[in-house]
Design a protein around this ligand. Structure first.
Ligand SMILES: [Zn+2]
Ligand SMILES: [Zn+2]
Length: 256
């Protein structure tokens, strides 16, 4: 079984002491490629993911300003982002979106920075990785206004209704550790109804470790647990889930 972790934060300080071993364990578990999300600690640094991607041929990156850091973005941030978008290792712009749960940046600023990054991704011809939390309606509205292309709803945590809306907009749904949580029946329902050519898997490591590692530091090797659960939910073999999610990743992100 070979897998792609479509979303992880390998730059996180929680990996400072043993990053090489974490990457080694991922490869041993069959996680052959990883996307290092580049949001890091926010602007002015946009290369948290790219630094790792430059060190390993099997690691790719995104660039983007996380909604938490929207207040740190300036005109220069967007100019730098646009330049980085042409790097061959940068597969997508992300994670971008809205987070009204933490409200680390004012909501109007989040919306403004999100819209600007959607326009930028459109010019760059790159797919987008969306982070949305307690902001579903505004996220959809801005996508409808500013976006016509491919993308990923990262760590998809909605139910059937949200899944249908995202699928109608042409999005892929990426499932992570939340899928394995006991109370996540609605998410599993979404995972059941998604067409197989729109499925992706991710860890969002170091966050949201799947059962039976819930509450611990997550790492890409644990992707296997989410894939097993997704297979169970859909009544398919884990090998099948691995094959379709890898194919979907290549089609959307690598243009194979
Ligand atoms: Zn996120
Ligand atoms: Zn993330």
């Amino acid at each position: 079984m070979t897998l792609v972790d479509s979303h992880c934060h390998l730059d996180d300080e929680q990996f400072e002491a043993d990053r090489a071993q974490v990457i080694e364990r991922a490869l041993d578990a069959g996680v052959e490629r990883m996307v290092a999300i580049g949001t890091g600690t926010g602007p002015p640094d946009l290369e948290a993911g790219l630094r790792l991607a430059r060190q390993h041929h099997f690691i790719y990156a995104t660039v983007g300003v996380h909604p938490h850091d929207a207040a740190k973005a300036t005109a220069e941030t967007l100019i730098a982002m646009e330049a980085l978008a042409t790097d061959g290792k940068v597969l997508a712009m992300g994670e971008i979106g809205l987070d009204y749960h933490y409200d680390f940046s004012p909501r109007d600023v989040q919306r403004e920075v999100f819209a600007a990054q959607l326009e930028l991704a459109r010019r760059a011809g790159k797919p987008i990785v969306i982070h949305t939390r307690e902001a579903w309606d505004d996220t959809l509205r801005l996508l409808r206004e500013h976006w016509h292309g491919g993308g990923i709803m990262h760590c998809f945590s909605g139910g059937a209704a949200e899944a249908r809306q995202a699928l109608d907009l042409g999005f892929h749904l990426s499932f992570g550790g939340v899928l394995t949580f006991p109370k996540a029946d609605a998410v599993r329902e979404a995972a059941r109804l998604a067409p197989e050519d729109r499925l992706l898997v991710e860890t969002d490591a170091p966050y949201l470790a799947p059962v039976p590692r819930r509450g611990k530091r997550n790492e890409p090797a644990f992707l296997v647990e989410t894939v097993r659960r997704l297979a169970e939910v859909r009544g398919e073999a884990p090998e099948h889930i691995a094959a379709v999610t890898t194919r979907n990743f290549d089609r959307l992100m690598v243009n194979l």
